[in-house]
Design a protein around this ligand. Structure first.
Ligand code: SAH
Length: 257
């Protein structure tokens, strides 16, 4: 265990103690993308970073906690880590998502996990692989399909662009300090050749608006888009639409405005 960096609750710090789990997460993309640049979000004290450095040729890590940054500088920068100090949600870290294909990986701070997913979706043209650890419930929601209890906004948006899979569950006791909930690891691989046939902004708006009033029929929930009563989805609720249905609905709205 690392005694140099004291875990800070407000930064969602739960340091992974189990190295075999860290290695499994690091290896998620090794076979396919060994030479693709990797961005690790929230390296902390580097338990995952060490295995990323051992398996990929180009690793950058972004960490907000200055105490962790001091530790990483001493122990991992000499081993080839490109280290950046900053906040993933801040505009001035945008440059880390270059034009090139890249992988985003991490044991993410659970308090901002949805925002991290949105950040990746914003940069879907760059991010060919997105994987790592979330709170189990969130991990399940991210990979959920139509008909699942946890199917929602993030499931539709992420699964439009990525083939997602739930990899394995992690018990709380392997972290310091242990979180109150279990964790889950997911792997997302971008669908190559897929082009969204409608406006991305409108697609996000339709999905969010549809689910924000999830008990209403889409005719009512999507009132602002003037969805006609006669549309085949008008009487359905958001959760009854597949990803493909949402895409065709958005195209319809776009062409009938
Ligand atoms: N990957 C490490 C740490 C996981 S805890 C491990 O598995 O042990 C989550 C990490 O994300 C912490 O190091 C925390 O400082 C960092 N973090 C929290 N908010 C962040 C943000 N907004 N931007 C970048 N890193 C952040």
């Amino acid at each position: 265990m690392n005694h140099f960096v004291k875990p800070k609750k407000h930064l969602g710090q739960h340091f992974l103690k189990d190295e075999s789990i860290a290695e499994k997460v690091a290896l998620l993309y090794k076979d396919d993308y060994k030479d693709v640049p990797v961005l690790e979000i929230g390296p902390g004290t580097g338990v995952l970073t060490q295995f990323l450095l051992a398996n990929y040729s180009n690793v950058t890590a972004l960490e907000i906690d200055s105490e962790s940054v001091v530790y990483l500088k001493e122990h991992f920068v000499p081993k080839g880590l490109k280290l950046e100090e900053g906040d993933i949600l801040n505009k001035n870290t945008e440059y880390l998502f270059g034009e090139k294909d890249m992988i985003v990986i991490g044991n993410y701070p659970y308090n901002i996990s949805s925002q991290i997913v949105f950040k990746v979706l914003e940069h879907v043209e760059s991010v060919i692989g997105f994987g790592g650890m979330f709170q189990k419930e969130v991990a399940e929601r991210l990979v959920a399909g139509k008909g699942s209890k946890t199917y929602g906004i993030l499931s539709v948006l992420l699964n439009a662009f990525y083939t997602t899979s739930y990899q394995f569950t992690i018990e709380p006791h392997v972290f310091n300090p242990p979180p109150k909930v279990k964790s889950g690891v997911i792997k997302c691989v971008r669908k190559e050749g897929f082009v969204l046939p409608c406006s991305k902004t409108l697609f996000f708006d339709v999905v969010k608006t549809g689910f924000n009033q999830r008990r209403k029929t889409l005719r009512n929930a999507l009132h602002k888009f003037n969805l006609k009563d006669t549309h085949e989805f008008a009487k359905l609720r958001a959760e009854q639409l597949s990803v493909e249905d949402f895409i065709s609905l958005t195209s319809y709205i776009e062409n009938n405005r």
